[in-house]
Ligand binder design. Structure first.
Ligand code: 2NL
Length: 365
């Protein structure tokens, strides 16, 4: 048989196919299971060996030329499509890149990072602990007996149930219990800061039921008030990024320290904004309380498993939210925890601007 006419017709139809769908339809028509060339191949089985020798190569030749033509047409159509796309599409490299939505670091996180950086430079490690505490670690160990007024229901959040050891459970009211835990686990000497969330049953313009605190604890031999004063002065000068920060130490009372010292910094009132620096007694200046501190009460050293005749220490506690307000000029504490994106993008910090002592501990975004 002569398949030249069949071949001619197939090749010219393939050549005329103007899109990839038509090429695929032709492949099915010729080479598919029910295809015409597939049909011819099946007829070979019915021939005698001699006939097959003659017809076989012709049919296989036909199949090969149709297969090759289909592949060539497909490639040509794909090439043409790519050429058309390249000709039509242009990239304007001068266009601004699309803006990516970017979050920001909350001022409280920023100030926490600044404080950790400053204290790390003075050799303090960061200690953490649970926010749900038992009343021994939160109160008793800190020389606050059952009768202490701060243990009252109206100041402290109590859990309705006791723990497995039948202890009363509270939301920690300060991070001091972390320091008790660290004294018990790591012993002395010790130089730590304990940053974190703390909780008190208090809510008005200047108090939120949850706020942030950093406490510092140094335990060593022969530690005295001079070490405390130097540490506070060095820390506050680094934090406010001013060498003229002046401290005023006033006698005070805390159950966990003896003696206890309240610390004020001098500031100037510049157009309603408080600018830290200079003596509070200078003209146009005043004093502002920033933290409480003292020498660790010997009962607290004992509760931490240490001998108070061998080990002494100092400690202090600072409100981080208030410190952030003071440094970065916010005037409403409640806005800190509203989660308003406009407030966050205004007061937030770039995640890439990591506080360092050399690069400046706090650069507003
Ligand atoms: C304040 C006062 C203070 C402490 C916290 C402390 C911790 C241990 C032992 C002794 Cl483990 N003291 N912490 C000491 C004095 C003051 O905080 O007004 N904070 C905002």
């Amino acid at each position: 048989m002569d398949y030249a006419a069949t071949g001619q017709e197939a090749l010219s139809r393939i050549e005329g196919a103007s899109d990839l769908e038509t090429v695929e339809a032709l492949r099915v028509e010729f080479l598919g299971k029910q295809g015409s060339i597939s049909g011819l191949l099946k007829t070979l089985g019915k021939l005698t060996p001699d006939e097959r020798k003659v017809e076989g190569p012709k049919i296989h030749g036909l199949r090969e030329s149709v297969t090759a033509a289909l592949a060539a047409r497909k490639q040509a159509l794909e090439d043409a499509a790519l050429e058309a796309r390249l000709a039509a599409e242009t990239i304007d490299l001068s266009l601004p890149a699309p803006e990516m939505p970017q979050g920001s670091v909350h001022p409280v996180s920023q100030v926490m990072d600044e404080l950790a950086e400053i204290f790390a430079d003075m050799g303090f490690a960061v200690a953490t602990g649970p926010e749900i505490e038992d009343d021994w670690h939160n109160f008793t160990a800190l020389n606050m007996p059952e009768s202490h007024p701060a243990r009252a229901m109206h100041d402290t959040f109590y859990f309705p149930d006791r723990d497995a050891k039948d202890r009363e459970m509270v939301l920690r009211t300060h991070t001091s219990p972390v320091q008790i835990r660290t004294m018990l686990s790591d012993s002395a000497p010790l130089r730590i800061i304990a940053p974190g969330r703390v909780y008190r049953s208090d809510s008005d313009a200047t108090h939120t039921p949850m706020f942030h605190q950093i406490e510092a604890l140094v335990i060593d031999r022969d530690i005295h008030l001079g070490h405390l004063k130097w540490t506070l002065e060095t820390f506050l000068r680094a934090f406010f990024e001013r060498d003229d920060v002046v401290l005023r130490l006033r006698p005070s009372y805390f159950p966990f320290t003896e003696p206890s010292v309240e610390v004020d910094v001098g500031y100037a009132n510049e157009g309603g904004r408080r600018v830290v620096g200079g003596s509070g007694d200078a003209p146009g200046h005043a004093w502002m309380e920033v933290l409480g501190s003292g020498m660790v009460n010997r009962r607290v050293i004992e509760a931490g498993g240490l001998d108070p005749d061998e080990w002494q220490g100092f400690a202090f506690g600072i409100g981080v939210d208030r410190l952030a307000m003071l440094k970065y000029g916010m005037d409403d504490l409640r806005a800190f925890f509203d989660g308003d994106v406009r407030w966050l993008s205004h007061y937030g910090f770039s995640a890439l601007d990591v506080p360092t002592l050399s690069g400046g501990v706090g650069t507003p975004a």
